[in-house]
Design a binder for this molecule. Structure first.
Ligand code: HEC
Ligand code: HEC
Length: 456
């Protein structure tokens, strides 16, 4: 049995496959030959047995803390240098489109739309500008008020400078915007507004709560009015990841009408386990789902539970997932700013959270989730919508049909709350639970609980 080839090798066929319900893990099939009829895969970890059913799958179970390690052992190309891998992961997160220009330009022709959008409008739909990508003369001109924010040519210039967070433009020889693509940073990065509102240094992992993906996509010249209207209804900070998927050629409907959910932050996830609202799989599973099927990256994704199989050669996504995972797990949740909450009240709130209010039965420290509470840590521990009084349409579209207890972190930085954003602020969260669990909290207790949540 030959050992698996490093991910950085020319291995052509890697598909994310979801395992049986019993392990709910995810597997990678790594194949030395791309011919579909005789996909022959080699592995040094899982050996016989599975080989006899054509694929050898490398199992990667979700054990907190061991996710990166288990993947790191496979990607021998970059794992020996942690710093290098970190930089690589950051580069992928910020700048890699995975070839998704095939969707954003090839199908949606967004480059035509963007060429007519002025910077003021671009900022109004939540796009952010990375001040560190701007040369000094541009900064000086901005400071002097000499940049015309109503001129679409300025938007193109910002794209040329690679300064629009999460959006990558490619220009042809004549200097025209030829293609546009998006990166993970579009939804999961913000800026610190240090230069001006929406212009500052990158904050990777922060949810872009201003980003109106629906309004941006609705600018596409190829969508019909009904679709534009549907997307326009999503609102800022939301996206509907179960409405359709793109397989490299077609946009295929999944569920209708679309149900937008809150774009979550992706910091503070190390050790949390089964990230995503419905715990369909670990981080790399979801990265693959979104990178291929939603962003439109050129690659492979397969999950029989939700009936999606996408295969595109070459796969520009799968081999990047380990470095991308490593980078995501390195992103720390921001601490609550000094003075942003009342310490004494938060202390009282903490006792309530752990005792009378019963929050900690599900939001268990240190990650404030119970998703790994089950006897088998490779199976997520989940909650029926009715248990917590949440709507059931979104979960019905997921693979698990249930909700994961959200790990609480940096809460102040990413309102609204709950997957559907139904709680505009933290008092609304506490009121929801007070009603649902009939806690009969006093106004003072509710306020204390809110102060504690602000401190997380
Ligand atoms: C168009 C916006 C958008 C883009 C682009 C995007 N995501 Fe997401 N991401 C979302 C939404 C919405 C969710 C919530 C889905 C869920 O948790 O069920 C999410 C969930 C996640 C989560 C789970 C966080 C949690 O705790 O619930 C991670 C991790 C993540 N994305 C990473 C990435 C990476 C890495 C990329 C690039 C490959 C990416 N995302 C691209 C919108 C986006
Ligand atoms: C029975 C388990 C359970 C209990 C008890 C519970 N929660 Fe939750 N909590 C969840 C689940 C599941 C979600 C995800 C719901 C969703 O996204 O719609 C959640 C979501 C949240 C969120 C939203 C986080 C975000 O980023 O969107 C907050 C805040 C929260 N809970 C606070 C509390 C507080 C405070 C209490 C106690 C009063 C509490 N929870 C009790 C399971 C629970």
């Amino acid at each position: 049995m030959e050992p698996i080839k490093p991910l950085s090798s020319s291995c052509r066929k890697k598909i994310w496959v979801i395992g049986s319900r019993s392990n709910n893990g995810y597997k990678e099939q790594s194949c030395s030959s791309p011919t579909a009829a005789s996909i022959y895969c080699k592995s040094g970890r899982e050996t016989m047995g599975i080989l006899s059913i054509v694929f050898v799958l490398i199992m990667a179970f979700v054990i907190p803390g061991s996710i990166p390690a288990s993947w790191a052992t496979q990607d021998t190309g970059i794992s020996d240098d942690a710093a290098q891998k970190h930089r690589e992961g950051q580069e992928i997160f910020r700048f890699d489109t995975f070839g998704d220009e095939q969707l954003w330009s090839g199908v949606l022709r967004m480059h035509e739309a963007i060429a007519t959008v002025n910077p003021a409008t671009a900022l109004a739909v939540g796009l952010k500008v990375d001040v560190e990508a701007l040369p000094q003369e541009v900064i000086t001109a901005l400071q002097a008020g000499q940049v015309d924010l109503t001129n679409p040519a300025v938007t193109l210039e910002l794209l040329r400078l690679n300064a629009v967070v999460g959006v990558k433009g490619s220009f042809d020889e004549a200097g025209q915007l030829a293609k546009i693509g998006v990166t993970c940073a579009l939804c999961h990065s913000s800026v610190d507004n240090s230069f001006a509102p929406s212009i500052g240094k990158r904050l990777d992992g922060w949810a872009n709560t201003d980003l109106n993906v629906g309004a941006i996509v609705a600018l596409s010249p190829v969508l019909d009015d009904a679709t534009k209207k549907e997307f326009s209804n999503w609102g800022p900070g939301k996206y509907a990841p179960r409405h359709h998927f793109f397989d490299g050629a077609n946009i295929t409907p999944l569920n209708s009408p679309s149900q937008p959910i809150v774009i979550p932050p992706i910091y503070g996830l190390k050790g949390a386990g089964f990230e995503t609202y419905t715990a369909d799989g670990p981080i790399s599973y979801w990265n693959s789902y979104v990178g291929v099927g939603q962003m439109g990256g050129h690659g492979n994704f397969s999950d029989p539970r939700i009936g999606i199989t996408i295969e595109q050669t070459p796969d520009l996504v799968t081999s990047k997932l380990p470095a991308l995972l490593d980078y995501q797990l390195s992103l720390q949740a921001p601490k609550a700013p000094k003075g942003s909450f009342d310490r004494a009240a938060a202390q009282r709130g903490k006792r309530l959270f752990r005792n009378e209010a019963g929050c900690a039965t599900c939001h268990r420290p240190p990650h404030f989730t119970d998703v790994l509470r089950g006897p088998d840590r490779s199976v997520p521990f989940l909650h029926d919508p009715s248990e917590i009084g949440r709507e059931s349409v979104y979960v019905a579209r997921s693979a698990t049909k249930k909700y994961r207890t959200t790990p609480l972190r940096g809460l102040l930085q990413h309102p609204p709350y709950f997957h559907d954003g139904s709680a505009p602020d933290l008092p609304a969260v506490v009121n929801h639970y007070d009603n649902h669990f009939r806690l009969n909290l006093t106004a003072a207790q509710k306020a204390d609980l809110v102060e504690y949540l602000k401190s997380l």
